[in-house]
Design a protein around this ligand. Structure first.
Ligand code: PLP
Length: 336
């Protein structure tokens, strides 16, 4: 199957599996798992933080960050399109008693500082306490410019806010910008990173922060049922992903570009290939096309795509240039 639904579908390579099989493990809740400890200390240092915690998912890493930065009755500023507002089941409110204050994202994915400033609540018992600004990079495949991030750091400082990055795909951002990951991560008080998307690990995310924040997160992780025991088998895959799978992300971006340009030549799709910056392609399907039928036809021919308008196609280590050519050929056949 050619699976373009998401980069979460990636499966471990043989080399990653070999690493997992030979991992040294222990009980991580006791702090005894050498592979988890190695991943956490390596990742903390690599991204310029005091500490790190290995989490079961990106959703959990973001929730731990929100619960570590904010107390009951606090609020966080974020984008209306933010994953940790829109796609995480309202976890911050449900489990943290933390109120989100979403702001409409600008077209480039950033948040307008004027609008953010206006949303910060005065110190008054009528209001929740505004504690945190949460950004996302990449957001819907778009890269947030480094200059904006630096301005956001200054804005956070001026307004006594902590600054979190949902960096599920932050390595796609650093790859697209062709800069060291630290240039982005060092601007934040905390960063979450998904190991199980384009980086190709089967399971797991990281949360990075200072000692105090990660200690709080560690406590909440246990409360949420996220304290895992011999987690080193998974952590070793995560460390492998960070050490060996970053440089190949460029290939996914090139393939996404190629896919965008090819789709653009088909009359049924409308998109601007210049807007494709990383591994995600959004393409508007002509309203006259029956999408259900199209998706079913592709599936019959060994190609999985998600329904949606615009349609979203995601490249990853399981997608080659030939796979994209096959998709385009199938689409050409379908539309003739
Ligand atoms: C995927 C994703 C997450 C959540 O990761 P899961 O491991 O699926 O819980 C968080 N933020 C962003 C931007 C994501 O793309």
């Amino acid at each position: 199957m050619i699976d373009l639904r998401s980069d979460t579908v990636t499966k471990p390579t043989q080399a990653m599996l070999d690493t997992m099989f030979s991992a040294q493990v222990g009980d991580d809740v006791y702090g005894d798992d050498p592979s988890v400890n190695e991943l956490e200390s390596w990742a903390a240092k690599r991204h310029g933080f005091e500490n790190a915690i290995f989490c079961s998912s990106g959703t959990q890493a973001n929730l731990l960050a929100l619960m570590a930065h904010c107390e009951r009755g606090d609020e966080y500023l974020c984008g209306q399109q933010a994953h940790n507002y829109k796609f995480e089941g309202g976890g911050a409110a449900v489990l943290g008693s933390i109120q989100p204050q979403p702001i409409e994202n600008e077209l480039d994915g950033t948040l307008c500082f004027k609008k953010l400033k206006a949303a910060i609540k005065p110190d008054d018992s009528h209001f929740a306490r505004t504690r945190l600004l949460s950004l996302e990079n990449t957001i819907n495949g778009k890269v947030i410019p480094l200059t904006y991030i630096q301005q956001a750091r200054q804005f956070a400082n001026e307004n006594a806010l902590a600054l979190h990055l949902d960096g599920a795909r932050v390595y796609n951002a650093s790859t697209a910008l062709d800069i060291d990951i630290k240039e982005i991560t060092q601007c934040f008080d905390s960063v979450s990173i998904c190991l199980s998307k384009g980086l190709g690990a089967p399971i797991g995310s990281l949360l990075l922060g200072n000692k105090r924040l990660i200690n709080k997160a560690r406590r909440w992780r246990k409360v949420l049922g996220g304290g895992m025991r011999q987690a080193g088998f998974l952590a070793s895959a995560g460390l492998y992903a960070l050490q060996y799978n970053v440089t190949r992300l460029k290939e996914d971006h090139d393939n996404a570009c190629y896919l965008a340009e090819s789709l653009n030549h088909l009359a049924a799709f409308k998109l601007n290939p210049d807007f494709v910056e990383t591994n995600i392609v959004f393409a508007k399907l002509d309203d006259d096309v029956d999408q259900e039928k199209l998706v079913a036809y592709l599936k019959q021919n060994g190609i999985l795509v998600s329904k949606g308008q615009p349609m979203r196609f995601v490249t990853h280590n399981g997608i080659s240039r030939q796979d994209i050519t096959r998709l385009i050929d199938q689409l050409k056949q379908y539309f003739t």
